[in-house]
Design a binder for this molecule. Sequence first.
Ligand code: NAD
Length: 256
Amino acid sequence: MGILDGKKGVIFGVANERSIAWAVAQALHKEGMELAFTYAGAALESRVRPLAESLGVKIIVPCDVTDYGQIQAVFETLQKEWGGLDGLVHSLAFAKKEELKGEYYNTTREGFRLALDVSAFSLVALTKAALPLMESRGGAIVTMSYYGAEKVISNYNVMGVAKAALETSVQYLAADLGPKGVRINTISAGPVKTLAAMGISGFKGILDMVETKSPLRRNVTQEDIAKTALYLLSDLSSGVTGESVHVDAGYNIMGI
Ligand code: NAD
């Protein structure tokens, strides 16, 4: 018996076995949720498909979140196959590597547009498309942010601004979705060595800092984050919406 038995959820953001979304998917699967996976472009399909299939996933569909047609197609498939949806995991972001180093004022207009579109607006677009499937049966959405939304982190630059937009979007969306019985929350995750993180200049220094300064004196793992995602996507968090939960070994509470 799992706490998500009979529930159905869709995962956005698995690139490989290091992805936070992969750890979340495994945690949800373990508690009985039936999953659908998406992948961002044909190049990733060969990595994502075997992972999804190892959890018995039948629905594995492409979704580049900058393409409305692909977003529509995902939810049409879910409507046809499942007729409803209980959980949505938004664990994706993108900025060009050259935007993730040096001074923030060097951000290009195109780099800004792309980072905000993929990393923040996508949550709005996915929520709108998912809502008709979710509102008849409750449901919960979770997204991934980072402390760089709240404080300046060297080199995080435009991604910090995108994460601030993401976290504020969660609050506005929570106000919209609450009356329809749907919840949405953010996890502000500590640094984890993944494909996306390796694009940030000086990332190793951030990991070292957390290990030295955080109350728990360690970095978090994908599994730490996944356990909180499980809580936020299950009935355990039935009274929680519009919230940002830090899963960062306590790093954010520290002053001098
Ligand atoms: P990851 O590289 O494994 O995942 C990033 C995902 O974004 C990939 O699956 C990629 O395919 C997807 N993506 C990029 N552009 C896309 C597009 N146009 N359409 C659809 N998907 C697209 O890295 P991760 O660390 O697991 O990142 C997941 C989330 O966690 C991101 O939002 C990231 O900012 C956030 N996060 C990561 C850390 C960290 O240190 N790794 C810390 C806090 C928050």
